[in-house]
Design a protein around this ligand. Structure first.
Ligand code: NAD
Length: 427
């Protein structure tokens, strides 16, 4: 989906029309995306408690994303400037190497059941392991819809927690394939259902029964390969940009202080799409950071390296518990429209796009930080908005933006003055 019509220079109405022309989006979905027919206070009143209204955020569309060969417009709900522009630009660079390749594991979530007051931990663990098939069959009864769709309970794992402030105890993990939902409700209901059986089998007392957000059996992975030629800009050669990106990544790989900010940059993109599609971004955040610390040392979620052909190769793997059904995904009109716009049919397909956006966002931050610094990009975006507000004709936008940034004087009056000068020069 090339940006032939300069999407970023269009009006909101023009952008909406262009999106509809590109995707065949329904009028209702278009109205929901625009905010005109978004979440009403009445709908909100049924979602949470003590509602007094709704809260809006800007919704932008990241352009140029091609994931597994399919062009996808990416809705992003985010308040931070530059996020949507950086994602779109990096997706364009990735297209020089064929776009993003992405994959997911099965949508297997983990539910935890804590078992206390055990006389003999080993005996209790054995009893659970022996009853594995019966426990799985019992758990399968809670959500026949899920079972019919090919999902449902997959495994039981027993873990011994020996080093805890209250002494040793057991934890039973229930692994469940939750298909196209985030899955918290199916997991939590199944755990409650199993509680009497687990207490009977172990002779212990069940305390917590809750989903784990460290969804390390529900991973999404994206990769991209950017030829060095595509990385060249200003005075920087493609090789130089590639090597600087790898050096910047190495900092995050080695140092948790940098890794936290590096991963925050990844989450700038991920959260924006998770939020726009009505998914639980706290769950995705929790999973991301817990996964980043899985070795015992908090580190980068992504890796960047030099490919055999000299290309810049990026990879991002992380838990991605998102759905296209359940939670707010269908209840919130704008979320449902965002999913329709993306044309994703399954939770896994949505996860594949989201992790690609995370990788693009990561590259945007690394490239800017390791070359020109992020302020210049911010200034250029700001200058562009000022130029548009000053009524600068499209053909002169780049010139006016360039001049204002160079002078470090970004103002509507200055933009108008530059235009007057250009006209006076007969341009
Ligand atoms: P849900 O219960 O609203 O919907 C999921 C159900 O939809 C399934 O159980 C199934 O019965 C049905 N379904 C129909 N078609 C399906 C398909 N194709 N694939 C899968 N299921 C299908 O949604 P949910 O995903 O269980 O709930 C998510 C909500 O739970 C989120 O809002 C989240 O905030 C909340 N939550 C999160 C946590 C946590 O993260 N620790 C804990 C509790 C609740």
């Amino acid at each position: 989906m090339a940006d032939k019509k300069k999407f970023y220079l269009s009006s909101i109405t023009e952008r909406l029309r262009q999106l509809q022309a590109e995707t065949g989006l329904s009028d209702a979905a278009l109205a929901a995306l625009s905010g005109e027919q978004g979440l009403t206070p009445d709908q909100a009143d049924h979602m949470i408690e003590n509602v007094v209204g709704t809260f809006a955020l800007p919704l932008g569309i990241a352009r140029n994303f091609v994931v597994n060969g399919r062009a996808v417009p990416v809705p992003m709900a985010v308040e931070e400037p530059s996020v949507v522009a950086a994602a779109s630009y990096m997706a364009k660079l990735a297209n020089a190497g064929g776009g993003f390749r992405a994959s997911t594991t099965e949508a297997e979530m983990i539910g935890q059941l804590q078992i206390l007051d055990l006389d003999d931990i080993e005996q209790a663990a054995d009893a659970l392991e022996t009853a594995r098939a019966d426990l799985l069959a019992e758990a399968a009864q809670v959500d026949p819809v899920l079972t019919k769709l090919g999902g449902g309970p997959r495994d039981i794992e027993v873990r011994r927690i020996s080093d805890s402030p209250i002494g040793p105890f057991l934890v039973m993990h229930l692994i469940m394939d939750v298909r196209d939902a985030m899955g918290a409700n199916a997991i939590n209901t199944a755990l409650e259902r199993l509680t009497p059986s687990v207490e009977r089998l172990t002779g212990g007392r069940a305390l917590l029964r809750i989903l784990s957000n460290l969804a390390n059996k529900r991973l999404a992975k994206a990769s991209c390969r950017i030829p060095v030629d595509a990385l060249t800009f200003d005075e920087f050669s493609g090789e130089d940009v590639r090597d600087r990106v790898i050096e910047a990544w190495a900092f995050a790989a080695a140092d948790p202080y940098r890794a936290a900010t590096h991963n925050k940059g990844i989450m700038n993109g991920i959260d924006a799409v998770v939020l726009a599609t009505g998914n639980d971004w706290r769950a995705v955040e929790a999973g991301a950071h817990a996964y980043a610390a899985r070795s015992g040392k908090y580190t980068s979620l992504s890796t960047w390296s030099k490919g055999d052909d000299g290309a810049l190769v990026g990879e991002l793997e992380m838990p991605m518990a998102v759905g296209v059904v359940g939670g707010a995904t269908r209840v919130h009109p704008s979320a449902s429209a965002a999913i329709e716009l993306m044309g994703v049919k399954s939770g896994r397909e949505l996860a594949e796009v989201i992790v690609s956006v995370g990788l693009a966002q990561n590259l945007g931050a690394l490239r800017a930080l390791a070359t020109e610094g992020i302020q210049r990009g911010h200034m250029a975006l700001h200058a562009r908005q000022v130029a548009v507000a000053a009524g600068v004709p499209e053909k002169w936008i780049e010139v006016v933006v360039g001049q204002m940034v160079k002078e470090n004087h970004i103002h509507v009056e200055r933009a108008k003055e530059i235009i007057r000068n250009l006209k006076a020069e007969g341009k």
